[in-house]
Design a protein around this ligand. Sequence first.
Ligand SMILES: [Fe+2]
Length: 266
Amino acid sequence: MLIAQITDMHVSKPGKLFGKHVDSRANFERCISRVLSLNPKPDLVLLSGDLAENGKPEEYDFIVEQLKRLTCPVLAVPGNHDVREEMLGKIPQCVTAQEGGHLSFFEDRFPLRVIGLDTIVPGKVHGEICAQRLSWLRAALANGDAKPTLIAMHHPPFTTGLVGMDNYGIKNGLKEFKAIVTKHAENISAIVCGHAHRMIVANIAGVPVLLAPACSFPFELDLGEKPSLNFVQEPPQFLVHTWSERAGFVSHAAFVDEFPGPFPVL
Ligand SMILES: [Fe+2]
């Protein structure tokens, strides 16, 4: 099974450059082209939040246009820049509304079960996993057999060391989330997320946690104590996850743009 995880596209309205530098629409369009060129083709495209910059209908219209180019299923969780109602209206095939309105999903059609957990607080930058979502997750993980499972969410469930972003992390429910993961660690192959726009790896109870690099722009690698939120024009990226019974869960970082090569080594 091959999953392309695209995160933090921050698609803006036409003609708008993020911070006067980044054309997030063009980046997303090139990213979809790159995903289409993968061999083998992905079985699933996973969007882990901040699809749109301002949650506006015209931003989702462009996302819809690009997603139409794909032939595989697409699943999405919202990020802090998204608007749930717009996602439900524009990409209903990619999201599921649960009781209480959160857009979490339970997808069991693949050999790897995929659970999407909505971590947003509408109108806020930080995240939370409220009591309702914690009990939804408990039930989802207790559902059915002991199938290998991937959890996808927007906000990282760990402290990244990028203080500017950690200030906007998950403020409630993290301790309980970690306890649930610990309980089901044997069946959880990995947790994937976004939000901090850089490739970062951590773990919870031995479960790998991968923060995927952004399709739009990375934040600066600043591990100092003073909070900063600067972006840099490093190349946009996405992740390619593979799962097989033999090898388990393996992840590769991929660049959106093409570079010279491949050249034979020998
Ligand atoms: Fe983002």
